[in-house]
Design a binder for this molecule. Structure first.
Ligand code: I3S
Length: 125
């Protein structure tokens, strides 16, 4: 029993660069604004940081969206959601929706797995 509790307490962590856009904000569809993002998964929260190129002062790592993964869902986005390849669709319990994309399929497949596994872990906690 102790062993299982320890495993459950350990949430997955990952960080890397992806392209992202928010597409729905609290149930309301919004205009896409794709940008590159330093993306960090920690403690069941996914944080998309602002593209330093678009920030007023460069080389700052500024969080743009923090996404609570508890109760969220993630899948490969249906083709009609984007003309880009390798796109994930992430929906939160609060009714926000994000797309995540990267041209290298393995990069985005790794994100799918780690986000899916985290969502599953959070259900058991
Ligand atoms: O699904 P959409 O709205 O056709 O998405 C495209 C547009 O957001 C476009 O910008 P405009 O707001 O100027 O139309 C973007 O440049 C495209 O990248 C968006 O589509 P993709 O298929 O790349 O997700």
């Amino acid at each position: 029993v102790t062993f299982c509790l320890c495993l459950q307490g350990h949430l997955l962590e990952k960080a890397g660069i992806v392209n992202k856009t928010k597409v729905v904000d609290n149930g309301k569809k919004i205009r896409k604004n794709w940008s590159q993002s330093w993306t960090v998964l920690h403690g069941g929260i996914l944080t998309f940081h602002r593209d330093p190129k678009s920030a007023p002062s460069s080389n700052m790592i500024v969080p743009e969206y923090t996404v609570e993964l508890r109760g969220a869902s993630v899948c490969w986005a249906p083709k009609e959601k984007s003309s880009k390849k390798n796109v994930l669709e992430l929906r939160t319990r609060q009714g926000c929706e994000y797309l995540m994309q990267y041209d290298t399929e393995s990069i985005i497949a790794d994100w799918l797995k780690v986000v899916q596994d985290t969502i599953r872990q959070l259900v058991r906690q």
